[in-house]
Design a protein around this ligand. Sequence first.
Ligand code: SF4
Ligand code: SF4
Length: 429
Amino acid sequence: MEKRSFKGGIHPLYNKELSQGKAIEVMGEPKKVTLPLQQHIGAPCQPIVEKGQDVVVGQKIAESDKFVSAPIHSSITGKVVEVTEKHIVIEGEQNSKFEVKNVRDIDSLTPEEIRSIVKEAGLVGMGGAAFPTHVKLSAPEGKKFDTILLNGAECEPYLTIDHRIMIEQPEKIVYGLRALLKATGAQKGYIGIELNKPDAIEALRKASEAYDNIEVATLEVKYPQGGEKQLIKAILDKEVPVGGLPVDVGALVNNVYTAAAIYEAIKEDKPLFERGVTITGKGVVEPKNLLVKVGTTFKEVLEQCGGLKENAAKIISGGPMMGRAVANLDEIVTKGTSGILVLTEDEVELVEEKTCIKCARCVDACPMYLMPNYLAAYSRKSMHDDAQEYHLFNCIECGCCSFVCPSRIPLVHLIRQGKWEINSKRAKK
Ligand code: SF4
Ligand code: SF4
């Protein structure tokens, strides 16, 4: 099979065998959900319900009039028990069921109507970034989309939820891709899948065989193969300009799970109030792929997987490369939560940082052709102008540089810190 790829990147241990054979299981309904008003990149939502009000599953409970925002819907049927600036808490009776309807089809909708349905359903990128999907569908003035790419690479170690959705619901993904093509006017759609998921490649090829304008592109198994710019390079052999966006080369990238959610929004009028999550790692008793109501605590989700093992030491929301360590189990599953990873004591040993030996391994690994050693050194010393001259903001924070560094310098951490300092300075001006 063809093996498309990009320059740079790394080959970490994938550790997907812990959960990849586990079909998506529907998690029991939580008694209470806490729905944060900021679940996406962009403006937070404002509550449109009050304390004491009864709500049903799928009902819109918060929204914003800002363009870059996505409304929030209740994930259970119950009563609103708390409304704050940060969240809405709903308590239910554990019997809420969303009635799946077959309400409409792509053919009867205009591109504007598809974009509006996507917006009303509160869809965001489900690969982790959580950028509102309807915003992505609108090309800036003077630009247009030719190609839609669906990211089915799932190159992050441990995570398997995209793999499961591809083999369990390939028709939904193809339908979502067709909707994206119509909504944007793009002519061609690709679904990029790494070669270590042959069953997903077969399922998507079968589901798309009736559509000449849709192709499954097979990709080398390499991290970060699913990065927007890496996917575009691998499939279209185009480079997104420095500081530019995929639309600059006529492309739009979405996650396969988001495409399946677009199907549900159009066909079933189902907003995004639940999502598949991979719960995995050697620190979990029984790793699983679970369909979880947004607003459920990590504690409850982990209980569905037998709980934590005695040697559990660190919990990460997302994958090990781009995920974020969480402080406690009260953390909430949001629309962007793709995984809960629990590492054990022996996996999180602290190692001592040494001096840079100028081996350039970080430079070779960087998929954005940056010089991570310089970026980190300048960030460490708060030399912000120099860091920006070396294109600090083009770093996608993939962590390849830190992964390969023999001196164990926390390169990506320093780079993130540098970006944060610059952004804080800008905000104060
Ligand atoms: S500098 Fe940024 S983009 Fe390059 S390898 Fe490091 S984290 Fe990835
Ligand atoms: S990989 Fe580490 S030691 Fe090698 S050049 Fe980069 S920062 Fe220095």
